[in-house]
Design a protein around this ligand. Sequence first.
Ligand code: C5P
Length: 234
Amino acid sequence: MAKDVIIALDFPGEVQALAFLEKFGPLRPYVKVGMELYFASPRLVSILKNRGHRVFLDMKLHDIPNTVKGAMAQISQMGVDMVNLHAAGGREMMEAALEGLTRPEGSRPLLIAVTQLTSTGPEMLEKELLISKPMEETVLHYAKNAAAAGLDGVVCSALEAQRIKEACGAHFVTVTPGIRFNGPSGDDQKRVATPGFARENGGDYIVVGRPITRIDDPKAAYERCLQEFLGGSL
Ligand code: C5P
C-alpha cells in the first residue's frame, strides 16, 4: 500500500501557498487543500495538478445522499487524488458519494471518511450531540460503517490507526493528522504522535501542517518527515 507524507496547505490564499511550495525546488509533495484555501482560490487545485502535485481535497462533505453524489461527480472531474466526507452522513450518503465519484471507466480518487472531529471532546459528544457511547467506540463504529459502504479509509489519530485496521482490515487506509516531531507542542492538537510512531502504528498517510509550514526550512522538515515515516523505504 502507498504510504506518504501529505503537507496541509493551511494558507489564506494562492499567493502564499505557491510561495511556500517554491521552497521545495523540484520536489512535488503530496498536498492537502482545505476549505479556507479552496474558497480563496478554486483554480489552485488545477494549478497544483498541472505542476505534478498529488492533491487531497479536504472538503468534509455532509449533506443528503443525492446532493453529495452530485458534488462528488464534480470533484471527480477535478483530477484530485483523495477527497473526504463525514461518516455521520450515514451509509446511504457514503454509497452515493462513491457512485458520484466513480468515473465512467471505473477510476476514482480515494474516498476517506471523517469519524469524529478531533475538536469534539467526550463532554460535547455526550451533552451536546447526545451520543452516549464512549468516543473510542463511536469512532470505531463510524469507521466500520465507512468500510461497509465501500470507502477506502478514514481520517484518524495515529493513536487509533492500529485498532481501526484490526476492525476494518489491513487494506483500509488510515490518514493521520496531529503529527509532531517531539510530542505535544502547546498548540490546539491534543492527541499527537511522531512520524515514527505513526509508521509503527499502521498510519498510511500522515498529514502534517505547522511542523512543516511554520518553520524557516520547510523542505528540511518535510524530508525529515519522509525519512522518519517511510524509514528504510526512502
Ligand atoms: O498544523 P497541523 O499539523 O496541526 O495541521 C493538521 C491538519 O490536519 C490541518 O489542516 C487540520 O485541519 C487537519 N485535520 C486535523 N484533525 C482532523 C482532521 C483534519 O488536524 N481530525
